[in-house]
Design a protein around this ligand. Structure first.
Ligand SMILES: [Zn+2]
Length: 459
């Protein structure tokens, strides 16, 4: 019986009572597009822990050099990461847009970057023999966009803060370490337009603060250092990095204060390896760059004619900033710095699922254990922060221990085992906190109240 009809205030209503659709939408591990039975990769090309873990656990799959498929769990994590970034950028009034991937060469030639970008730029021609590139970054396009507002951009609208999260391209000579140095990657690029240099600096500080908030929410310990301006240019630049032996950047940081710089940046005030701010010893370390900020001044706005109208109706050149976050790079770098050798540890709030329910192995009272698992699932997903965060490992041909090992390897933060004590007179479920390595035997309502407090993306 799916519908029940009732009469209320003289009208007949059809009530949906027991929709089978709800059950079809339960997430079962047996249906996930992944192969948990494969042997660990022996590929000698896999030099780093995160790359191995992502291949082994079907987070990504190789396609061609520097090109990867993101499989369903990887895509879920990426979507959550984007959600966190969107939420934090929203707090400073940044507006999301989407620019074309193809960028016209003539714009890149105006800023001289068509030549200076060298072999890393993917170039192509259309049928009319027009030159284009696959955008690795979009200063030209966004500045051209602002210039098209022409005389209509009033000082009252500024600051304008526009960003996109999209696929970027770089023809790497040696793609390696999976998503850390690939030829296509997801990047968040934000471009800001202010009236004065002073206001552009305020924007710069606000964006850097947002970056700190993002890394803090992800539980990633970052280093913020003075960065090189490179091919992008500008007056001031900071890099955000995660310390890791496989990182391709070398940074020098002070242990006592905030001072730090990329080794590419000269600092004449450094003497005998002492911090120029506080005099403490400086530390040198390898790190993975995950974010970069640039105060650009008028480098692009002057050439491409991006202006605003001031109080007196004069056209004034805008002061720009640009800010990148390597989104797929954060995804993998997060795994690299948090994981154990044999088990993924995600930035917890973006874990593909928060909870994995494992019912007893098949045999004795098999249907009862599965029913308990389904019921717990249905209750958990009604809690707002757990909606879509639960999966049932229904492969009951495997022992609980076997499935626990795999759940641990995949890094689900919480596992609920529905074992023999679940059919006691006072039923208890085994809640394992995987990251803190603790186990509790709790009733279903205790489990729900405990898990309703965990932070998930968007909470
Ligand atoms: Zn210092």
């Amino acid at each position: 019986m799916l519908f029940r009809s009732i009469v209320l205030q003289g009208r007949r209503w059809l009530l949906l009572t027991d929709s089978p659709r709800r059950y079809r939408h339960r997430k079962y591990v047996s249906q996930l597009f992944q192969n948990l039975q494969k042997i660990p990769p022996q590929d000698s090309q896999l030099h780093c822990k995160s790359h191995k873990l992502m291949i082994y656990n079907d987070i990504i799959q190789n396609c061609h050099p520097g090109g990867f498929h993101l499989l369903p769990l990887g895509q879920r994590v990426l979507d959550k990461l984007i959600k966190v970034i969107d939420e934090e950028l929203d707090t400073i009034g940044a507006q999301k847009i989407c620019m074309p991937t193809l960028a016209l060469a003539s714009l890149w030639k105006k800023t001289d970057r068509w030549d200076s970008a060298g072999a890393e730029l993917f170039r192509l021609k259309d049928r009319h023999k027009q030159d284009y590139c696959l955008g690795p970054t979009h200063e030209e396009l966004v500045t051209d966009l602002i210039s098209k507002m022409g005389n209509n951009l009033s000082y009252k609208k500024l600051p304008v803060r526009l960003y996109q999260i999209s696929r970027k391209f770089r023809d790497e000579m040696h793609p390696r370490h999976g998503l850390l140095r690939s030829r296509e990657f997801e990047m968040k690029d934000l471009y800001t337009f202010d009236t004065t240099e002073e206001n552009a600096k305020k924007t710069y500080e606000e964006v850097c603060q947002v970056y700190e908030n993002i890394f803090n929410r992800l539980g990633l310990q970052f280093k913020k250092v003075i960065g090189a301006t490179g091919n992008i240019g500008g007056k001031l630049s900071h890099e955000f990095l995660l310390q890791s032996d496989i990182g391709e950047d070398t940074i020098i940081v002070c242990n006592s204060c905030q001072y730090g710089r990329n080794i590419e940046v000269e600092d004449p005030s450094v003497r005998e390896n002492k911090c120029p701010s506080c005099g403490s010893e400086l530390d040198k370390m390898s790190a993975i760059e995950v974010g970069h900020s640039f105060l650009l001044g008028t480098k692009y706005s002057e050439i491409l004619g991006s202006t605003y109208k001031d109080k007196n109706g004069q056209n004034i050149v805008t002061q720009m900033g640009c800010y990148g976050l390597g989104v797929t790079r954060i995804l993998q770098a997060g795994i690299e710095v948090l994981s154990e050798d044999e088990a993924i540890r995600w930035p917890k709030i973006i874990s593909p699922y928060q909870i994995c329910i494992i019912p007893q192995m098949k045999g004795y009272m098999e249907e009862k254990f599965m029913e308990l698992a389904n019921n717990l699932y249905d209750e958990l997903v009604t809690v707002p922060n757990l909606r879509g965060e639960v999966v049932i490992d229904n492969r009951t041909r495997f022992t609980v221990g076997n499935r626990l090992t795999q759940a641990n390897r995949l890094g689900y933060p919480y596992v609920v085992v529905i074992g023999k004590s679940a059919i006691d007179e006072e039923p208890k479920f085994e809640l394992q906190d995987i990251y803190n390595k603790t186990t509790d035997f709790l009733s279903s309502s205790q489990i729900i109240s405990k898990l309703s407090n965990i932070k998930t993306a968007g909470q």
